[in-house]
Write a protein that binds this ligand. Structure first.
Ligand code: CMC
Length: 428
């Protein structure tokens, strides 16, 4: 017999089913609670609410474990190709050689973006943030593929949209950057792999060739893998909830990009570097900034510190910190911002305020330092995160659709006025 827990409200006892996950995570199924008791649950920010069951990513915030489809993030970051990880997340298993060749081929074929997209790009102000352009461009893409709007699409049609998204996002991202700096856009070239192609479109110019450095390509591959999925975070939940209305996949991913942009989520990687630069330029030492972060009357937070689910350490930050050291050493870069970052980490990790709240450096704390070393401009950092997160968003959307989940529609507890009568304006 399946397990239940008992809920006692006044003199009534209700049996609520318990759902157990494959890693022994336990949830109380309250889906019939309102019908049985008249109560709903209240959990702002969903701090304690499981929105779905999912077989994609497992993480244990206390132990610092992160696995995609069962594979430890450490192994994937060390050994895998980003596109292999895309396949794994989206289709559930690592690809065979034949499957992988076909998958890569399908993505390579679709890297070109419709020429009319350039008209939209050119209309943005020069100072437009690339995340705004990326989100809008992804939604605009849907207008080129009206057949993708059909809620009863076939598996082949869904796959085609998946290939197009994975193929075109790096092109759109690089074009958003080239447009912002007033350079001509560079077209994708089929002879390059996924990471090389992106770097070419970012840094090559009609006047000169760009030599891709394997150190940079490897670092980018690793960063994309580390960002590829993170279960029910703000942007993945956004993609699921938008997709649950049967909105098309382009529109759902575009919404995910917008959710990621915020500084409490993916936008933190840009905010971290800006914060470290401010601290460096201030020159007054770290204490003032640590005190500001601890002051409840000051809105300043240490960007890149803390995480909703990791209360011990973020396994991605551990890998990225080492990768940052390697990249800087191999490229012979001395970055004073890295010294500030290390000093800040040291001070914060020994401070009771941060220790008692489980605030540790997260993935964004060190990723910006690698992006800087790779020559990626600060405003593009969150775009890099979006490129990495794309397969995760797609996998979350696909799982939700295949599970036939209902439209996402939370309840609320109304705290406004009780009924009152309308008064004409001269009586108010
Ligand atoms: N600096 C100073 N204090 C902090 C910080 C911080 N970065 N983060 C949390 N706190 C404090 C917060 O004031 C609260 O203190 P108290 O209990 O005294 O009220 C306590 O720690 C718990 O914070 P919370 O805001 O309730 O925690 P949360 O789970 O709602 O927020 C977070 C998680 C990531 C939004 C938050 O830690 C934060 O704002 N960090 C800085 C932004 C950042 O680095 N975001 C990137 C997250 S990792 C990338 C991703 O996956 O999106």
């Amino acid at each position: 017999m399946s397990k239940t827990v008992q809920l006692i409200i006044d003199e009534n006892t209700y049996d609520l089913p318990v759902v157990e996950g494959s890693e022994n995570e336990k949830a109380i199924d309250i889906s019939k609670l309102r019908a049985q008791t008249g109560y709903v649950t209240l959990d702002t920010g969903y701090k304690n609410t499981g929105a779905t069951t999912s077989g994609i990513t497992f993480l244990d915030g206390e132990k610092g474990i992160l696995r995609y489809r069962g594979y430890p993030i450490e192994q994937l970051a060390e050994k895998a190709d980003f596109l292999e990880v895309c396949f794994l997340l989206i289709y559930g298993e690592l690809p065979s050689k034949t499957e992988f060749d076909l998958f890569k081929d399908n993505i390579t074929k679709h890297t070109l973006v419709h020429e009319d997209m350039r008209t939209f790009l050119e209309a943005y102000p020069t100072k437009a943030h690339p995340m705004g352009i990326l989100s809008a461009s992804l939604c605009t893409l849907s207008t080129f593929y009206p057949e993708s709007h059909d809620a009863n699409r076939s598996k082949e049609a869904v796959d085609l949209t998946i290939f197009r998204l994975l193929a075109k996002l790096p092109t759109l991202a690089a074009w958003a950057y080239q447009n912002a700096v007033g350079h001509p856009v560079m077209y994708p070239k089929n002879k390059y792999n996924y990471c090389e192609n992106f770097l070419q479109m970012m840094f090559a110019m009609p006047a000169f060739e760009y030599e891709t450095d394997p150190v940079i390509v490897n670092a980018l591959n690793k960063l994309l893998i580390l960002h590829a999925d993170h279960e029910q975070n703000c942007s993945a939940s956004t993609v699921r909830i938008v997709g649950s209305s049967q909105a098309n996949l382009y529109a759902s991913i575009s919404a995910g990009v917008s959710a990621l942009w915020g500084p409490l989520h993916g936008g933190a990687n840009q905010a971290v570097i800006e914060m470290l630069e401010t601290i460096m330029n201030d020159g007054g030492g770290l204490k003032r900034w640590i005190d500001k972060a601890k002051d409840k009357n000051d809105s300043f937070r240490l960007m890149g510190f803390g995480h909703r689910v990791y209360k011990n350490f973020d396994p991605r930050a551990k890998i990225i910190k080492k990768a940052a050291d390697d990249v800087l050493e191999k490229l012979g870069i001395v970055d004073p911002v890295l010294d500030i970052a290390k000093e800040l980490e040291e001070v914060a990790l020994n401070d009771d305020y941060f220790k008692s709240r489980g605030l540790y450096p997260n993935v964004d704390f060190y990723s910006g330092i690698i992006y800087r070393a790779l020559g990626i401009p600060t405003e593009m950092f969150t775009v890099m995160f979006a490129m990495g997160r794309l397969p995760g968003w797609i996998a979350q959307w696909k799982e939700m659709m295949e599970d036939n989940q209902p439209i996402g529609r939370p309840r609320q507890i109304y705290t406004g006025h009780n009924e009152r009568d309308y008064q004409n304006i001269d009586k108010r």
